[in-house]
Structures are given as C-alpha cells and as structure tokens.
Design a protein around this ligand. Structure first.
Ligand SMILES: [Zn+2]
Ligand SMILES: [Zn+2]
Length: 186
C-alpha cells in the first residue's frame, strides 16, 4: 500500500515518499490482448504538501511490464512511466491517506493499446513468417509491397463503391478516385 500520514508533513516542507510496491496491485487481466504481466515492482517518487487541511501529492511512478511486439510478436519488456502525477485530497489533516488506487489508476491509463520492440521493427514476413528483425528470408515480396492496394482492398474502396450509384440525387458530391471506380466494375 502507498500511504501518507498527513500528521508527518511539516508546514512549508515537502514530505518526500519514495518506494516500491508490488505490481500485483495493478490487477492486470490474465487474458489481456496484448498480454501484459508485471516484470518488476512499481517504483514511485512522491512529494506531499499540506494546503490548509488539504493534501496535495505530486510525483512520478513507473513499472516494467512483459508483453509482445505488435509487429513481430517477440517477447519484450516495456516501461510504463507517469511523470506528472497530481492528487488532491480535501480535509485530511492528521489522517492516513491511501494513494494506492490513485497510482494504480494513473499507471493503467498510461498503458498504450499496443507496443513495439523498436520504432523501426521490421515485423514478420507475411509469406513465411520469418522475423525480419533477426534476418532476411528468401521470399519475393516485391509484388505485394509494390501494389499493396491490389493485394488488399482498403475500406475506402468499399466506401467509394457505395457512392458510385446513388439512388437519389445527393447534395454533397465527393470526387471519385478513377482507380476505385475501375476496380468495382471488374
Ligand atoms: Zn517487433
Ligand atoms: Zn519470407
């Protein structure tokens, strides 16, 4: 638990609270997608001051998590860090204030929806499944890479197709892409 007893906070002097807390308090769901598991303790550095009977806590917290890269599916460790924590508790003079849930919530909010092993991850070969970060494969991907539109129809093509034959006159007309027009008639 991350707790501050406000009776320990001296006037005009920030009360510093540094420590670690088990990442189990995050209660990460076991079936998360991408998978998320604690890879270390939560570390926090907090500074607390009293403003009258109110408590103001600022600081930062971080935790290391184990997950997988969204492009190449390699197991990776990522650090979730919140640098601008700020909590305000009213009328808590001479009370013990529990910050655990507040820190937990801020860390969970900072978890992105996907992770990458590096910004320039090469991903896996769509043809043979080789992790292209570890080495090249012998597949000829030149066709798929040079004509991605033909390889996989984009949702925009379907939108354009819908607009091709309006039953009623529409006030707003959207310029149609010649390429999309040709494709839907084939
Ligand atoms: Zn990757
Ligand atoms: Zn390949």
């Amino acid at each position: 638990m991350i707790k501050i007893n406000t009776s320990h906070i001296l006037p005009d002097t920030p009360y510093l609270l540094d420590g670690t807390e088990s990442a189990e308090i995050l209660e990460l769901p076991p079936d998360a997608d991408p998978p998320l598991a604690p890879a270390g303790d939560i570390t926090y550095h907090l500074s607390a001051v009293m403003a009258g009977a109110d408590l103001i806590v600022t600081g930062r917290a971080s935790v290391s998590l184990a997950t997988v890269c969204a492009r190449c599916l390699d197991n990776i460790r990522v650090t979730i860090a919140v640098k601008d924590l700020c909590f305000h508790f009213e009328k808590v003079r001479d009370l013990e204030v529990d910050l655990t849930d507040d820190v937990r919530e801020e860390l969970l909010l900072a978890v992105p929806s996907c992770f990458y092993c590096s910004p320039d991850c090469q991903g896996i070969c769509p043809m043979c499944g080789t992790n292209l970060n570890h080495g090249a494969c012998s597949c000829d991907r030149s066709q798929a890479e040079s004509e991605p539109d033909d390889a996989a129809p984009s949702p925009w093509d379907q939108l354009d197709a819908l607009k091709l034959a309006p039953e009623k006159p529409v006030k707003k007309t959207t310029a149609k892409k010649p390429a999309a027009k040709k494709k839907t008639r084939e």
